[in-house]
Design a protein. Structure first.
Length: 300
């Protein structure tokens, strides 16, 4: 079936692109937790969180100042290509059906948003150069139970402080069931500790200098969970903004083309991107254990 002659794809493609990108921005659960840069090169950064470079005291008026030797270990972020492709029929003016276009933009934007979240999580838990076991980890035995609670959060903060990690722009990432154990913590509920009525306000946004980000336990962009015989092992993540980076070699790109041979309009959304740990001193994990009901066993 030939494409309807009266349909101009360009303005429709612009509307589609704008709506996909708007949903893409709003649906990311982990947006803003690390620098996000457009980079057509290798994505190399040379930043340091805990710098060992110190100033030296010299006599007043000294003209000969020794040069400090500085060396950096470049970290390469290799971009990966991701594409989603759907189609709608050319019949019944489907391309000008606002509800149908909106449905596709929602699907594409949310899929792209989840992909970005997944890449950031994979950079922490599936990094061959920085195994999970090499990251500083707070054991599940810290605190009154094996779930996420304030004692573990304070311990995570302390580990970052020990590495001279900046106080600002710290984030904790947890799954919804992990966050549930925090909401049962007496310190969390107690007004004198948080200054807020947690059960009235709907929960914390920040604690111990961390911004809290929550992921759906059953969503594809969740933190990994490992089942054992009776319980489920997982990690919560604390990080500082400069500990990682996200690069786009090709930012989110959309297009609509007519597939006249099959009587369809084909809708593409594509990006070339990836995430990487830059400074592992800026990341601390908390090992957690939850039972089948999502409750945390008590530490003896």
């Amino acid at each position: 079936m030939a494409a309807p002659a009266q349909v101009d794809l360009d303005p429709i493609a612009e509307i589609y692109s704008a709506n996909v990108k708007a949903k893409f921005q709003s649906a990311q659960k982990l947006q803003g937790i690390m620098p996000e840069v457009s980079n057509s090169g290798a994505g190399v950064r040379h930043d340091w969180i805990g710098s060992s470079l110190e100033m030296s005291e010299v006599p007043t008026g000294a003209s000969e100042i020794d040069t400090s030797n500085v060396s950096f270990s470049p970290v390469v972020t290799k971009p990966l290509r991701f594409v989603i492709k759907t189609s709608i029929a050319q019949s019944d003016q489907s391309l000008t059906n606002i509800n149908l276009i909106r449905a596709h933009t929602q699907l594409h934007g949310m899929a792209a948003a989840r992909t970005v979240d997944i890449l950031k999580i994979r950079a922490i838990f599936e990094n061959p150069d920085i195994p999970v076991g090499s990251l500083t980890t707070i054991p599940s035995t810290i605190g009154p139970n094996k779930g996420l609670e304030t004692d573990k959060i304070i311990a995570m903060s302390t580990e970052l402080n020990n590495e001279d990690v900046p106080d600002e722009d710290r984030i904790i990432i947890s799954n919804s069931d992990q966050y549930k154990t925090l909401k049962k913590d007496e310190k969390y509920i107690r007004d004198s500790y948080t200054g807020r009525h947690q059960l009235v306000d709907g929960g914390l946004k920040q604690i111990e200098g961390f911004e809290l980000r929550k992921l759906g336990k059953n969503a594809s962009n969740s933190l990994p969970i490992t089942p054992d015989s009776t319980n489920f092992d997982s990690y919560a993540v604390a990080l500082q903004f400069e500990a990682m980076q996200f690069i786009y070699n090709v930012p989110l790109y959309t297009r609509i083309v007519a597939d006249n041979a099959n009587g369809n309009y084909v809708i593409f959304t594509e990006m070339l991107a990836n995430a990487q740990i830059i400074q592992k001193a800026g990341i601390v994990l908390a090992a957690l254990v939850l039972d089948a009901n999502g409750d945390a066993p008590v530490n003896s």
